[in-house]
Write a protein that binds this ligand. Structure first.
Ligand code: PLP
Length: 417
């Protein structure tokens, strides 16, 4: 385990530089940890809640309390937290299908949504049962120069053809744009509500949870969804997703998730309850570890002259750290290096492939305990210009540092640095 002298020196410098930011993250972790514990205490979470259920899962008190605890943590009226959500996309799709009806308009105001949602939105007559296939109308507003929504275009739309749902994606996803802070989302909500109070504001909160002290549902967002194999699952939830928001909207999502009239009152937890609870308990800390790793990586790659987004000292509102490289070889060497640092599957070498739901070949490093779990150290890069690697996660700060060491060593071995 020899760290080349040059890399060791770079690391020391990067960490010294990042020190004030790392301390700030610790303070944020404290607040979020206390908030989560208070929510557990409010609903008297107890050992028997972890027992789980089978069959229909009627009267599963652990599941009911889990919904209540999530709602409390996110400052929402209601929650639906289930292992039956197969992915973030499934969860987001369920929320949208739950509240949209044929003829309604869904308007994304933060540019193109995340790749996997393109097929959920679909096209009229695509025959896939996508939103547009069902007759939901869709529009999206390109971002303004400053990366914020195009306020003028939004105003026109809100007044001329008020959307049933306005969609906001908090995280940058695979885009070289900043992610939206909860403060900025607050601004968007107020703008929408002032002109069209009936419009439902929906937030795709993937990767955002616990990166700030507030969540979007605490600033007036009506409905929000995220994945349990990202931030709020705390590395322990084996699968699943959550929806939180206004009670009647969460109920509509629950009807879509199971069946109308049944909603959230059934659904056997199949032994996942304890891990979902414990993961939520750990999530603020683990998100902090991952954030520290991102700050460290940004500081280090900036020293090497690469462009990063966010920069090491920028405010952060999600886990994603983008690093812009100069070509596909850098990208591939970086991602393969991250894989080499994993505790699981470090012996496999990731290659670009046509992943379902994505429109370009993607290379992914994911040496994870939970398959595809991206609160764990992972890196993705669509192989397309501009050559940007997106890294995220890390259950321990030390693991992220090890990942960066391996990525750098791999690049040096390939004579790319
Ligand atoms: C991960 C992600 C999704 C989709 O989640 P999957 O689990 O990959 O289906 C949607 N939106 C954003 C912003 C994401 O980061």
């Amino acid at each position: 385990m020899i760290v080349p002298e040059k890399i060791a020196r770079l690391m020391e410098l990067a960490e010294a530089q990042a020190e004030p930011k790392l301390r700030e993250i610790d303070q944020r972790v404290d607040r979020n940890q206390w908030k989560v514990i208070e929510a557990f205490q409010k609903y008297k979470v107890s050992d028997y809640h972890f027992a789980g259920s089978t069959g229909y899962g009627y009267n599963d008190r652990g599941r009911e309390v889990l919904d209540l605890v999530y709602a409390q943590v996110f400052g929402a009226e209601a929650g639906l937290v289930r292992p039956h959500f197969a992915s973030g996309t499934h969860t987001i799709g369920t929320a949208l299908f739950g509240v949209l009806r044929p003829g309604d308009l869904l308007l994304y105001i933060t540019g193109k949504p995340y790749d996997t949602l393109h097929k959920v939105i679909g096209k009229p007559g695509d025959g896939l049962g996508s939103l547009q296939d069902w007759g939901v109308r869709y529009g999206e507003l390109a971002l303004a120069e400053d990366g914020m929504p195009d306020w003028d275009a939004l105003k026109d739309k809100l007044l001329s053809d008020p959307p049933k749902v306005v969609g906001i994606q908090r995280s940058r996803g695979y885009d070289w744009r900043p992610s939206y802070s909860v403060g900025q989302i607050d601004e968007m909500v107020r703008f929408v509500k002032a002109l069209s109070p009936q419009t439902i504001v929906f937030v795709d909160n993937c990767y955002g949870e616990f990166t700030e002290e507030k969540e979007p549902t605490e600033v007036g967002v009506d409905l929000m969804a995220g994945s349990l194999i990202k931030n709020p699952g705390g590395g322990l939830a084996p699968t699943g997703g959550y929806i939180v928001g206004r009670r009647e909207l969460v109920e509509l999502a629950a009807y879509r998730h199971t069946a109308p009239g049944i909603g959230g009152e059934v659904g056997a937890m199949l032994g996942t309850t304890r891990n979902i609870f414990q993961g939520l308990f750990l999530a603020p800390h683990l998100v902090g570890q991952a954030l520290k790793g991102s700050v460290f990586a940004a500081a280090l790659f900036e020293q090497l002259g690469f462009e990063t987004s966010p920069r090491w000292n920028d405010e952060r509102t999600d886990l994603i750290q983008a690093i812009r490289f100069t070509g596909a070889e850098h990208l591939i060497a970086f991602v393969q290096g991250i894989q080499k640092a994993a505790a699981v599957d470090s012996h496999v070498v990731p290659e670009p492939w046509d992943m379902p739901g994505y429109e370009h070949p993607v290379i992914m490093a994911a040496g994870t305990f939970i398959q595809g779990g991206s609160l764990e150290l992972s890196a993705d890069a669509p192989i397309r210009s501009p050559y940007i690697a997106y890294m995220q996660g890390g259950l321990t700060y030390a693991h992220v540092k090890w990942g960066v060491i391996k990525a750098l060593s791999n690049m040096i071995d390939k004579e790319l640095l």
